[in-house]
Design a protein around this ligand. Structure first.
Ligand code: NDP
Length: 330
């Protein structure tokens, strides 16, 4: 079995990834690392893990450990991933892969040099709703795609708000939290990278330090395709949505962003409106399944380190556009 350690005593590991890893027949979670002794011990007890660590080297040098899932705050991903690679452990790292493109590249290089798998946990492309939308785009049924809209319009419960809303050093704000997901999803839908971005962002809520909690970006993709993304932490009741418009039809995904497998996909065309049947599955299950295949040499990660770096590169271009108040060519 592939023996995993949770690098970070986080919400996401407890809510989703611990379960997805544990239920995979070829995986087992054996340990957790936290900087905080009490949190490490309580977390291990809660999840029934054999070992807990507050020393990263000791955690990584456990000879039983094969792979780590990094879900600390964004600022820590780089050093932890490089340390894990040097220790010969395979790595599933949370998004954003890092805070800078050079750091993401350094992580990719370290994994390459050590011969370990590095994957990024962008989960949206592993959701059945988004896979159905991509299939529709690729089928040609919608005709020539001219525009799309992403509404990642959510609010933040208190346990998620902490550093996301308050700590610039940790990589707070919607761009590194949500826009980066949009970009991975759009690269997945269109098998292409955008060629320019124009962005505006505000602090519309109570976030301190000028942290942007409300951001709109407009992307031009090859083929004269325009996409707008609205990413915000300030919309409790709006629901999330995706719209893809083609010359022969439009597809609408309702409540298809966020983590829970849910939502509805409908197509509207000359024949009327009809719903696409989707069998919902937990997206992280597919992430783990693909990761295991990559480690065993029988497949590739759903989202590679390079994919993670590209999503980050695009999100940071949006930040640059906001800063200069102009379009950024990519
Ligand atoms: P958390 O805030 O839950 O955990 C991050 C770190 O904060 C932990 O490693 C822990 O470090 C510390 N921490 C945990 N709980 C507390 C607490 N109650 N008080 C103070 N510190 C605490 O992070 P999330 O789970 O929300 O996010 C972790 C990473 O995962 C981020 O990179 C995020 O972008 C990503 N993410 C990805 C999602 C996806 O679907 N792909 C969804 C959600 C998050 P320590 O114990 O060492 O102090």
């Amino acid at each position: 079995k592939l023996r995993w350690g949770l690098l970070g005593a986080s919400n996401i590991a407890k809510q989703w990834l611990h379960t997805s890893i544990s239920k995979h027949p070829d995986c087992e979670v054996i340990s957790v690392y936290s900087r905080d002794k009490e949190r490490a011990a309580a977390y291990a007890k809660d999840l029934g893990l054999r070992r807990n660590f507050t020393d990263l080297d000791a955690f990584l040098s456990d000879p039983e450990l094969d792979a780590v899932y990094i879900s600390t705050t964004n600022d820590k991903h780089r050093d932890e991933a490089i340390a894990a690679a040097k220790a010969g452990k395979h790595i599933l790292c949370e998004k954003p892969l890092a805070l800078k493109v050079e750091d993401a590249q350094a992580m990719i290089d370290a994994a390459g040099a050590a011969g370990v798998v590095l994957a990024t946990n962008h989960h949206l492309r592993n959701m059945e709703t988004h896979r159905a939308i991509k299939d529709l785009i690729k089928s040609g049924q919608l005709g020539h795609i001219t525009s799309a809209r992403v509404s990642f319009t959510v609010d933040l419960p208190d346990d998620l708000a902490r550093w996301r809303l308050n700590d610039p050093k940790a990589g707070a704000g919607v761009v590194l939290d949500l826009t980066v997901h949009d970009m991975d999803l759009l690269r997945f839908y269109f098998d292409a990278d955008p060629i320019s971005v124009t962005a505006m962002g505000l602090t519309s809520g109570s976030a301190p330090h000028g942290i942007k909690d409300n951001v709109m970006t407009i992307w031009e993709f090859p083929g004269r395709l325009l996409v707008s993304c609205h990413d915000t932490f300030l919309v409790p009741f709006g629901g999330t949505a995706i719209d893809i418009h083609g010359t022969d039809g439009s597809v609408h995904g309702a409540d298809v962003l966020w983590q829970k497998p849910q939502g509805r996909v409908t197509v509207r065309d000359a024949g009327g409106t009809h719903e696409i049947r989707v069998e919902h599955l937990v997206p992280y299950d597919r992430t783990i399944d693909d990761f295991v295949k990559a480690v065993r040499g029988t497949g590739a990660p759903s989202v590679t380190g390079e994919d993670g770096m590209n999503a980050l590169r695009l999100a940071l271009a949006a930040v640059q556009s906001m800063e200069i108040g102009n379009t950024v060519r990519l």
